[in-house]
Design a protein around this ligand. Structure first.
Ligand code: F0G
Length: 458
């Protein structure tokens, strides 16, 4: 008999989670104004809201927490992180920030001006938010296949080079400060970018004398997919693949809460010393001195260790196979999801799941609420609420995909939990024809409304 696959770790510390009744959940979600962000964590049994900062640190990371150097300037933990970034990602210069969006804020304070246009693959909402906040705009050049959920293209995070070149040709050079590539591409379903595409984007950028910046939250998962799916990489280690990926970037922003498996933290890294110096000014204003930038020494130390662990094949295989385990259960039941399975999450196609809910009534949010009521499982809407209003016309933007994301925290839940998630969604699927209406907005913030929006049932 072949030995089955099993996790590449064992569990040393556990945390209790609370079950609840459907009746309790109906009351809680109503009190939360039908916004899953407003629920208290005790009201959730399995929390798939995000894989950001919700993973389990290893014993070696916890050991690093004890070893953290809390000196204001020049802490040894800072140098440990600097060495890890140099060794794994290849950058000489870096600035710690308290999380990914802070890295965006600091770097874009240097690079983004009013009226700018920033192309790339689909940008994450904080990236877009920081661009639009500066009265600039982003331009999504992702391949069209990414928006067809049943298309099996192995690299749905890729940019369409023709679209990208058209943007470069049709706009004055000074309007485009850089290209941004999000690896993996969260907004298109945790989908990877191929090495060939990264290479081609970089060479196009060089032709037009533009910088390329990687939004790197899930860079290691991206490398894992390159190893498995792209010709010529199967015998390369994840660390070798990562090294090659970053040959095609001039700078990066990082939310360390994902692939570096820490609960908080981020950084910017760059090749150009001059850019480092300019960004240092904003880092000091917004984040902290350049050798801690909003992080405790202990958190930088755990992050350095996380970068090493997060780029190990065994860890990544365990992680991504768990996501696929959940995905396969849903597919086997005929539930429509984004294919192929993402690296950090399964994205359920809410338009196909709940075709009777009009787009003005937020189908993905409706599905998320139904799943919570059914099983105490919390996912997150990646659809019209998240897409926000157009900054100029203030009209709702209706994205091509209306998705419910089930993001799996790293090293946190077992496959028994995945079975519960699948059963909950299957039960909702069985009664999908009875769900014909959704929600309307009672109040919303002017930007990034999904976090705080208040809804009522129609
Ligand atoms: N870039 C990507 C691709 C992200 O997924 C995130 C966060 C950020 C930047 C911002 O990083 O949260 O550390 O400030 N994504 C989380 C998520 C919130 O749930 O996908 P942050």
């Amino acid at each position: 008999m072949n030995l089955p696959f099993a996790e590449s770790y064992k569990i040393k510390v556990v945390e209790s989670i609370k079950r609840s009744t459907q009746e309790q959940r109906l009351g809680w979600i109503k009190d939360a104004k039908y916004n899953l962000f407003n629920l208290r964590s005790e009201q959730v049994f399995i929390d798939l809201l995000t894989d950001s900062g919700t993973g389990a640190m290893s014993q070696n990371q916890w050991a690093e927490i004890m070893m953290g150097d809390e000196s204001y300037a020049g802490a040894s933990s800072y140098y440990k992180l600097k060495d890890a970034i140099k060794e794994i990602l290849g950058f000489d210069h870096f600035l710690p920030t308290h999380q990914g969006r802070a890295a965006e804020n600091v770097l874009f304070s240097v690079l983004v001006k009013e009226g700018n246009l920033i192309p790339g693959n689909s940008q994450f909402d904080t990236t877009k938010g920081h661009i639009e906040f500066r009265k600039a705009s982003s331009c999504d050049c992702t391949i069209d296949e990414a928006f067809e959920t049943t298309n099996l293209n192995p690299f749905k995070g890729d940019v369409d080079l023709n679209k990208l070149e058209k943007v470069m040709k049709e706009n004055p050079a000074e309007k485009i400060p850089f290209i941004i590539m999000t690896v993996t591409c969260n907004s298109s379903g945790g989908q990877p970018v191929s090495m060939a595409n990264l290479r081609a984007v970089y060479s196009l950028a060089q032709k037009y004398n533009k910088m390329v910046i990687f939004d790197s939250a899930r860079f290691a998962e991206n490398a894992y997919f390159i190893k498995l799916r792209e010709e010529g990489y199967k015998d390369k280690s994840i660390k070798e693949i990562v090294k090659e990926m970053y040959q095609y970037a001039d700078a990066m922003t990082m939310s360390s809460k994902k692939d570096a498996i820490v609960n908080i933290g981020g950084f910017i890294a760059m090749k150009d010393e001059n850019l480092f110096k300019q960004a240092s000014v904003f880092n000091i204003i917004y984040e902290g001195f350049i050798t801690y930038g909003g992080m405790a020494g202990r958190d930088m130390a755990a992050l350095a260790q996380g970068l090493h662990e997060g780029t190990e094949f065994d860890y990544l295989e365990t992680r991504i196979k768990q996501v696929a385990y959940l995905g396969q259960k849903l597919v086997d039941y005929g539930i429509p999801i984004q294919h192929p399975f993402g690296g950090h999450a399964i994205f359920v196609d809410a338009k196909k799941f709940l075709p009777k809910v009009p787009k003005e009534e937020f189908a993905a949010q409706t599905l998320g609420i139904e799943l919570y009521k059914e099983a105490g499982v919390r996912g997150v809407e990646i659809g019209t609420l998240l897409a926000d209003r157009d900054p100029v016309t203030r009209k709702n933007r209706y994205p091509d995909l209306e998705l419910l994301r089930l993001a799996i925290p790293r090293r946190t839940y077992t496959n028994n939990h995945m079975d519960v998630v699948a059963a909950g969604l299957i039960n909702v699927f069985d009664r999908r024809n009875s769900i014909t209406s959704g929600y309307r907005i009672l109040s919303e913030a002017p930007i990034m409304r999904h976090f705080t929006v208040e809804l009522e049932k129609i």
